[in-house]
Design a protein around this ligand. Sequence first.
Ligand SMILES: Cc1ncc(COP(=O)(O)O)c(C=O)c1O
Length: 499
Amino acid sequence: MKDPPRDLGDTPPEEFRRQLHELADWIADYRQNIEAVRVAPNDKPGAILAALPAQPPENRETFEKILGDIDRLIVPGMVHWGHPMFLGYFGWTTTAPGILGEIITAPLNVNAMTWRTSPAATELETLVIDWIRQWMHLPQEFGGVVYDTASVGVMHALAVAREEAAPYVRKRGLVGAGAPVFRIYASEQAHSSAEKAAIALGLGEENVQRVPTDTAFRMDASALREMIARDVRDNFKPLAVIATVGTTSTASVDPVPEIVRICREFRMWLHIDGAYGAGFAILPECHSLTAGWNQADSVVVNPHKTLFVPLDFSVLYVRDLERLRRVFTLVPEYLRGDTVEAQKNYMDYGIQLGRRFRALKAWMIFRSFGREGMAARLRECIRLAKLLAGWIKSDDRFELAAPVSMGVVCFRLVGRDAALQRAVGAARRPYRDAFPGEQKIEKLNSEIVERINGSGRAYFTQTKLRGRTVMRIGLGNVLTTEQHLRQAWEMIRETADDV
Ligand SMILES: Cc1ncc(COP(=O)(O)O)c(C=O)c1O
């Protein structure tokens, strides 16, 4: 067959084949040599944009030139989340099966909106969702849907809660349906997606009430109960509780069984945010994490955080998925021909019509690693977190700032003075008065993170707990070994000496 003219059709097949081979080498080299690159750039904002042509190209440019620019301008301008010294957030990971899955998904480029437009994508999605459900020990009555993120998941879950508490909101809107002022409860450590969902659903950001936490940063269930009872007296309508299993800062786990009882008493929706923590439920020794989940109305799990799937892949489970479908199904005439009533059309389960074929990459990873392989990797991340905690405890300049949970370690430089004063009991006084220079200590903790991130040799984050700045390391990258962690810890100790 004759190739079409250059300005029509696609790249000629032989040229494309050559490019793919080159790209295969590029990807393999990137992964193999990832430790040679800086984890994060230290460019000033705008520097990358300034180096790129502002005008769109008029004529074709070659693959070689484009790839050359990627090497020259884009790769050095990236934070390399897959780098073994990237210890930020939840220790993000990239895996070879995940990359292969993304590559295969690209040429298929299907739209998984209805069964008829993509039967295999739809059915594989159903299968993968059910595999994860089994690993999470959720009863069969839970059905799921894949979204991009947990933030989108919680918004959809609360939309169902809202519709069930005030039927006809879907048709008439909140005011038309005479809806009361709803209240949603989440711990002060819960993710800000709770407020984002309330904003999107017209429930009002202020109606997300933050519940205090205990010393281990878990929701205080008796405070929750009191807040709900007070709101009932004040004519608010308690709608939902978001219980977190693996909070963003410390990976703390809310007391779900107690929260279940409160939700039943006040007839409220219970959403479990297991975006980070739920993945650990595949470990038999972490089974207790799932206590009470079978009583929830919805559960969100982010396999792109803990189950090794590349961004993005989040699953929302709803007990009786039909409840979600009722709120969002809507079939315009132009799609009727492509909707087969008896089959699952995933466009019915959310606001998105066009949907990526996300299930393929997850299926490839789950098959390539097996549950055993995933469990072994998660176990290693817990082991590394505990190891780091041990090193922190044995250096009296530092203290753990929260109990170590899953792969997350929060810690703080306190300085030798503080350690000394603690030893003589000064720490029994309020922390701020414990010793002079507390503000300076605050700055030093930030400075250590900034200096190390700025060096390009490692990357981690800082957060605030009870008003104090703490350093935070998240483990989870399959490339991060004990050796890498030791290097990072040495870097932290040396930087602490310097500052
Ligand atoms: C506990 C928790 N919930 C929800 C989210 C939001 O996740 P996503 O980025 O998938 O929206 C995060 C993000 O880090 C999180 O830590």
